[in-house]
Each structure stands twice: as C-alpha cells, then as structure tokens.
Design a protein around this ligand. Structure first.
Ligand code: NAP
Length: 351
C-alpha cells in the first residue's frame, strides 16, 4: 500500500488527540501536519495540547509545531482529518476543499449538504459516490466527507438490520451521553458529578435528521432520505467515554419474536467485510446476551472502540421492540469512524 501523509485540523482537542493516538502505527496513514487555533499555532504539540489520553503523548508528534488551519500551511498533505470546533469548521473545511485538499470531517457543518456523504462504512458505503457530484474544485481534487453525530452512529448502526429486514415506522430514544462528548474542558464538574443533565444543546435535531440520510437510498447520484420520525431525548451523564441509548422502535413488518431479531443481529454481515480495512472491527454490531450488558465502562473499548454493542432486546409494550445500544463516542463516534471512512475511500480509489 502507498503511504499517505495526513494532516489533522483541531489536533489539540478531544477528537484531535484521539486521531493522534489511533494513527500511531497506522499501516497507511502517517501524520505529517497538525493544525489548531491561533492560540496553539507556533507552539510545539506537547506545549499546545492539554493531553487527556491515557496513553502517553507519542514522541513522534510532541515536537511537531502546530500550524494555523490554512490550506497553504497544509499543501504537503494528501488529505486532512478535521476535528475542528463547529464554530470554525465550516469556513476552514470549505477553504481546504476549494484548495484541492480532501477533508474527512467530524464536524456537523457539511453533514446536511446534499452532495456530501454522511458515512458509516458498514451502513451506507455506496454513498461515497456523492463525492462525484461535488464541485469544490473544477478537477474534483478537493472534496468533503463527514461522519455522523456520535449518537447517530450507534443508533443508525443498530437500526440498519431492522430497517433492511422489517422496515422502520418510528423510533423513540433517550441517549445517556458521556462527558468526553462535550470536548475539553467540556461540562463543569460541579454540573455533572453525581448528576444527570436532561439537555444537550443542538443534539436532538442532529439525532432526528442524520439516521434518515444515512439510511437513504442513492439512485443515479440522487439520495432519497428514509422518512420515519425519530424522537430523541439527549442527556449528559457522569460517564467518561461511551454513549448509551435506550431505543424503542416501531416496525413496518412484525418479527415473529425477539429471538428472531437477536439472530438477525448475530448473523448480520457487514457490507465492507471483504475489504479488509485495517480499522474495521470484526463485529461492527455485537449482541450481548446478558441483560446487564452493554455497559460503557466495560464495553466502550471493545475491538479498539470500533464496535456498536447492542443488548436487552425485548418486546415493547407500546411500540414493537426496545433495546440498548452503546458505542465509544470519540472513537467509533468520531476519530475512529473518520479513519475507517478514509480507509474505505482509499480502497475505493478516491484517495
Ligand atoms: P474540542 O476538544 O473543543 O476541540 C476543538 C478543536 O478545535 C481544538 O483543537 C481547537 O484548537 C480547535 N479550534 C477552536 N477554534 C479554532 C479556530 N478558530 N481555528 C482553528 N482551530 C480551532 O472539541 P472536540 O470534542 O474535540 O470536537 C471536535 C469536533 O468534533 C466538533 O465539531 C464536535 O462537534 C465533533 N465531534 C465530537 C465528538 C466527541 O465525542 N467529542 C464526537 C463526534 C463529533 P485550540 O486548542 O487551539 O483551541
């Protein structure tokens, strides 16, 4: 495999740090440049970043001088990962794509753009063809791909087998979201310790919309979104990593039993299995038999944090099925998901 030089925008933040950790020893991608705000630019990475990962800050990046996020500063990279704050991601990512540098982003800004793939490789790998409809540059060298909100990832991944086999009529969920989802320094400790906060600004509208784009159908370059209603209640809980969801689903066609549905999860085969991507988990969906599982502390790191864990499948007294889903928010829901997106784009020769 050729080696790709990659840049990381927002490298000092919670997601940026996860990129740095996950890209250590990556077989295809080598970190060549790091960017953040003018507060960090000009400093060494070790000086600029308040390192919050449990593994030590890798010596290979400690002395890299952080740059301002301009396309000129990143002209030597093959593409960039973006973990930029949403307040600045829109303008900066647009400038990079327009300058011919592909952007693989975590930020929300381009997720709803009809030409930009919102991608979970195991759910909608075919949507990468939307790149061909982008016009950021005349020669199509600059493009943008996004990954979904960190709740939309376990939600949509766990809905995918249900959507394919039974059709979905409606979804109601409550998310219990980890503190690391708010970035660094995030939620004040006095607000979150021993507490649950019943609101996360802007979160619920993303959870309502993104699964519909992800489960949409692409025909002749045109994406038709799925059309079922989603009702979400997003809460912040005192957990470090791992967003857990309590989901209730109404289906178009009724399964014979919960056991039938559990078997579908257990036998589900990822559409990218044969591609042998370095960061792809063996079990993108893993069904736990114990009603006490999944738990964020026990299972968020399973398969390097790339798994969506599902459990407690039962018949709903109100709609059809209720279950629990959980995934690591800064890995599967952010940096790890973006790296897997890049790996898919390499295999499909967009990179
Ligand atoms: P964060 O910890 O607050 O980090 C934000 C990053 O953006 C920092 O590197 C910061 O650099 C940089 N930045 C801020 N203002 C900038 C500017 N004017 N110019 C250039 N860089 C600037 O946030 P995070 O949690 O890592 O989230 C990053 C992005 O990923 C957000 O869009 C978020 O919504 C999304 N996301 C996060 C999660 C999660 O679980 N945390 C999951 C999915 C998606 P300085 O250090 O120099 O200020």
């Amino acid at each position: 495999m050729p080696e790709y030089n990659v840049g990381i925008l927002g490298a000092t933040g919670a997601v940026g740090q996860k990129f740095i950790r996950l890209l250590q020893n990556h077989p295809w991608f080598k970190i060549a440049a790091l960017g953040a705000s003018s507060r960090s630019a000009g400093k060494s990475y070790a000086e600029a970043a308040n390192w919050i990962e449990s593994a030590e800050l890798p010596s290979s990046v400690a002395d890299i001088v952080v740059k301002e996020c301009t396309a000129k500063n990143f002209s030597d990279v093959d593409f960039v990962f973006s973990g930029l704050d949403a307040s600045v991601a829109g303008d900066i990512e647009l400038a990079f794509a327009t300058a011919g540098i592909p952007v693989i982003s975590n930020a929300k800004n381009f997720r709803t753009d009809p030409t930009v793939p919102l991608l979970i490789p195991e759910v909608n790998p075919d949507h990468i063809q939307l790149i061909d409809t982008q016009t950021f540059t005349k020669d199509r060298s600059g493009w943008i791909v996004t990954n979904p909100n960190c709740v939309a990832v376990p939600l949509t991944t766990s809905l995918k087998p249900l959507h394919d086999h039974y059709g979905i009529k409606s979804v109601i969920l409550t998310s219990m979201q980890a503190i690391s989802g708010a970035g660094y320094p995030g939620v004040p400790s006095l607000d979150i310790l021993g507490n649950v906060i019943p609101h996360i600004g802007g979160e619920e509208s993303k959870i309502h919309a993104e699964p519909l784009k992800l489960l949409g159908t692409l025909i002749n370059g045109k994406l038709t979104h799925a059309s079922f209603p989603v009702q979400a209640t997003a809460t912040r809980v005192p957990v470090i990593n791992g967003h857990m969801l309590s989901v209730t689903v109404e289906l178009e066609n009724k399964p014979a039993s919960e056991d039938e549905v559990i078997e579908r999860y257990k036998n589900w085969v990822s559409p990218i299995k044969e591609l042998d991507l370095p960061s792809a988990p063996d079990f993108p969906i893993y069904y736990h038999n114990s009603p006490f599982y999944p738990q964020p502390r026990l299972h968020a790191d399973s398969e390097q944090g790339m798994r969506t864990s599902v459990g407690k499948m039962r018949k709903s007294n109100v709609l059809d099925l209720s279950y629990i889903a959980m995934a690591h928010n800064t890995v599967r829901g952010a940096a790890g998901g973006a790296i897997l997106n890049a790996e898919l784009l390499v295999r499909k020769e967009y990179l």
